[in-house]
Write a protein that binds this ligand. Sequence first.
Ligand code: ADP
Length: 267
Amino acid sequence: MRLILLGPPGAGKGTQALRLVEKHGIVQLSTGDMLRAAVAAGTPVGLRAKSIMERGELVPDEVVVAIIADRIDQPDAKRGFVLDGFPRTVPQAEALERLLGERGLALDGVIQLKVDERILLQRIENRIREMTARGEKLRADDNPEVLKGRLEAYRAQTAPLVDHYQAKGLLKAVDGMAAIDAVTAAINGILSPAARKPKARKPARRKAAGKPARAKAKKPARPRTQARRARAAKSVKSRRKAGRAGGAKSKRGQTKSRTQRRLTKRR
Ligand code: ADP
């Protein structure tokens, strides 16, 4: 199974990704985690990404696309993956489509965690306060000022992905403001085999309600092509000829048409 979790920072993508990993035996690919690891290890990518991440801005597309391209080829990603934090821009989404297409793979769905941004800000501020009170280490970008920038980047660069995936028929939205278990249940419902089957055709409601079926729309007349016109003209001519050559005659000596013959035939 190959999925994307889409939603602003603090929407709960990481939490739900872990549950999907457990349930489906797939891997979580979080570009945020990978970049933080690169920063911690001091790799060239890490050095490039460090200050960008601290400002809450987005790392250049080609950097994250290269990381993902490499990661989806690892053996543990063969069974599937849940992307968390990627793609974050339309060009990243297009690059992902190319990467998957080249490997004969496709996405199974894009799950959007819908949240109220004002409450989100409070959620993260609370989390920061609680972690500080417990003496836990915060992420470099986990402060209210940077968070505003991250939300801004989401609105401007990532939110257009909702329309992008909607147009592809891949988007499935769940209420991210619900309790964690309720969000998980909603996602599982979306991914259950029954929900993924194409919808059965609805029974005709008019019939069930005892109403007569609606008349079918008449087919528009086929425009006469030259060939059809020629065929029609030929058949008129041949009918006339057949009449002259001794068709059934009426009392008045006129050639009877087939309809007339049928109507006047003795029973
Ligand atoms: P959040 O908790 O805000 O969802 P992440 O942990 O996913 O954040 O990412 C943290 C930071 O890493 C982002 O603010 C951004 O600077 C960088 N980053 C992560 N993924 C991407 C991506 N796909 N494209 C660009 N930058 C990214």
